[in-house]
Design a protein around this ligand. Structure first.
Ligand SMILES: [Zn+2]
Length: 261
């Protein structure tokens, strides 16, 4: 099979997946973050994205995002579980990553990574450009692009980006996507306490010990203040809006009659 046979005509991204990916992409203003997309491709070559999964960062270098084999296995197992929940077959269908403070367009590395994965099966790439300080707008703006990679017909052997049409589909929040958002602070905290970290028990110098403790505390405070708190506020607002909608629906119901004797 060639990459041309894997071409996707359009991507439909469920709004709750968009929210989950965006929450994840906004967690770091310095490093790029990465996740995988789960969904299906129909007979008309339309791609439907129904869920996402956060990938742990193995290398926290700027502009360095990689899909590792063990993480791909975890995502595949998650897709199998979701197939049971949804009652239809879904699989890993793409990837997303963030571009904090840089352009939304995929780098050469991104285009080549995309090309490698779409050789295996239909696969799409999303990029969320976050913390864009647009002088014409108030606050930070977010840009989103969807792409695949194709061989450049004028330069054999060279791979270039192909933009794919993307539509965000308004859907109620699915429980597993809500859980993906709620789990974010836990995942980020685990990344900070991974096994390769130098063990504080081996540090003899009290100043170094204090310094390491302070650094770790600072990171956890950052996760709490920049991730957990806004998340909590967002969930509170969602709860209030759901309660208001429920009250509105209850008011629109006809008055209940007493049960027949
Ligand atoms: Zn990139």
């Amino acid at each position: 099979m060639t990459s041309a046979q894997k071409a996707i005509k359009k991507v439909f991204l469920d709004s709750d997946v968009f929210t989950a990916c965006l929450h994840h992409c906004l967690t770091s203003e310095k490093e790029e973050v990465l996740g995988l997309l789960i969904g299906k491709v129909d007979e008309a070559s339309f791609c439907h994205v129904l869920a996402s999964i956060v990938m742990h960062r193995s290398d926290k270098q700027p502009d360095r995002v990689e899909i590792s084999a063990p993480q791909l296995c975890i995502a595949t197992a998650y897709a199998d579980k979701l197939s049971v929940v949804l009652g239809e077959s879904v699989r890993v269908i793409g990837w997303y990553h963030s571009h904090p403070h840089i352009t939304v367009w995929p780098s050469h590395v991104d285009v080549n990574t995309q090309f490698t994965y779409q050789m295996l099966d239909s696969f799409v790439g999303l990029i969320f450009a976050v913390y864009q300080n647009d002088p014409g707008s108030a606050g930070n703006t977010v840009q989103l692009t969807c792409f695949q990679s194709v061989e450049d017909p004028t330069h054999p052997g060279r791979v270039v980006r192909k933009d794919i049409e993307l539509q965000i589909v308004n859907k109620p929040m699915k429980l597993f996507n809500l859980k993906a958002i709620v789990d974010l602070p836990t995942i980020l905290s685990q990344e900070e306490t991974h096994p390769e970290r130098p063990d504080q028990a081996d540090v003899n110098d009290p100043l170094t010990f204090l310094f390491n403790e302070a650094l770790e505390t600072l990171t956890l405070v950052h996760i709490a203040s920049r991730v957990a708190m806004p998340l909590l506020e967002g969930l509170e607002a969602r709860l209030q809006s759901a309660k208001a909608r429920l009250a509105e629906l209850e008011r629109s119901l006809p008055p209940s009659r007493p049960p027949p004797q």
